[in-house]
Design a protein around this ligand. Structure first.
Ligand SMILES: C[S@@+](CC[C@H](N)C(=O)[O-])C[C@H]1O[C@@H](n2cnc3c(N)ncnc32)[C@H](O)[C@@H]1O
Length: 264
C-alpha cells in the first residue's frame, strides 16, 4: 500500500503546528508541494520553514508545478466548477506520476490551515485512490477561521445558533440578516456591498505570522479604511490572505469594541 499523510499545518506560523502534525511530519519521506509560482512562492517557503523547524530526520520536498487556471472572476458558476474539476484532474495526474515512480515511500501533503476548509487535497487523494492502492491519514490543523476567532476573542456562533462559512464570491448570494458569516477567499472585500445593515466586522490578515493585521469595528465605519489597508498590504507584501467574520452589531457585548480598532 502507498501511504499518504494529509497534514494540516495551520495558517502560516510554525507555532500554529499541532503536536500530532509534528509526529506525522516526521514520518513522511517525500512532501509533495504545489508550486503556484510568482508571489505564491512565499507559501512554499513558509511550508519549508515549518518542515525545517519541526522535522528532525531526512525528508525530501518535491515542488510540483501547478497547472494554470484561468481567471475565476469572469466565469459563471458552471464554468467555474468545470474549471476547478479540470484543474484537479491535471494536478492529480502530476502527483500520480511522482508517487508511482516509488510506491514504497510515505508521501505527505502539507495543507494550509485545516484540510476540512476550502481545500481540495482530500478530493485529490480520493482521485489518486481510484487507480492506486492508498492508505491515507488526515491530521487536522488550526484553521484560519479558528485563529481569526481567537485573535478577536469571539465565538463564531451565538448561543445555539448556526453560522455560515462562505467565500467572497458567494457572500452577497448567501448573506441573510441575523446570520453570523465567516468569509474566506475574498480578494475584493465583497462585504463592502453590505453596509447600512448594522454589522460588525472582525477581520484578520496574515494570521499567525509576523505580518498579522487585525481590524474590528462597525462595518459602516471601518470599510473605507479597510479597503485602503488591504490594498496597501497587498502592495507591500505582494499578496494578502485574509478572513473575516460579519455579525449583527447587536451580538457584540457591551464590553467589547463597538468602536473601530486596528492592531498590527
Ligand atoms: C484555499 S483557502 C484555505 C483555508 C485553509 N484550509 C484553512 O483551514 O484556513 C485560503 C483562504 O483561507 C484564508 N486564510 C488562510 N490562511 C490565512 C491567514 N494566515 N490569514 C488570514 N486568512 C487566511 C483566506 O481567506 C484565504 O483566502
Amino acid at each position: 500500500m502507498i501511504s499518504i499523510k494529509v497534514i494540516g499545518i495551520g495558517p502560516g506560523g510554525a507555532d500554529q503546528v499541532t503536536q500530532a502534525a509534528v509526529t506525522a511530519l516526521n514520518k513522511v519521506d517525500v512532501f509533495l508541494v504545489a508550486d503556484k509560482g510568482g508571489r505564491k512562492r512565499d507559501l512554499v517557503a513558509a511550508r519549508q520553514e515549518i518542515c525545517d523547524r519541526w522535522i528532525t530526520g531526512d525528508h525530501r520536498f518535491v515542488e510540483v508545478p501547478d497547472p494554470v487556471r484561468g481567471p475565476d472572476a469572469e466565469r459563471d458558476a458552471a464554468a467555474y466548477g468545470q474549471g476547478v474539476a479540470d484543474w484537479h484532474r491535471a494536478r492529480t495526474e502530476r502527483y500520480r506520476a511522482i508517487i508511482e515512480a516509488d510506491p514504497r515511500l510515505t508521501y505527505g501533503f502539507l495543507v494550509w490551515g485545516d484540510p476540512a476548509f476550502y481545500d481540495s487535497t482530500l478530493r485529490i487523494v480520493d482521485a489518486l485512490a481510484v487507480e492506486l492502492p492508498i492508505t491515507c491519514d488526515v491530521i487536522p490543523g488550526i484553521s484560519a477561521i479558528q485563529l481569526l476567532a481567537a485573535r478577536h476573542r469571539v465565538p463564531l456562533n451565538r448561543v445555539g445558533q448556526p453560522f455560515l462559512i462562505t467565500t467572497g464570491r458567494r457572500l452577497l448570494e448567501d448573506f441573510r440578516a441575523g446570520l453570523d458569516v465567516v468569509v474566506m477567499l475574498d480578494g475584493h472585500l465583497a462585504c463592502r456591498e453590505l453596509t447600512g445593515r448594522d454589522l460588525e466586522i472582525c477581520w484578520g490578515a496574515y494570521l499567525g505570522d509576523a505580518r498579522e493585521v487585525l481590524v474590528r469595528g462597525p462595518l459602516d465605519e471601518v470599510i473605507a479604511e479597510l479597503i485602503t489597508t488591504r490594498a496597501d498590504l497587498r502592495q507591500l507584501h505582494g499578496w494578502v490572505m485574509d478572513t473575516y467574520l460579519l455579525r449583527p452589531l447587536s451580538a457584540t457585548p457591551t464590553h467589547s469594541s463597538r468602536s473601530p480598532s486596528t492592531s498590527r
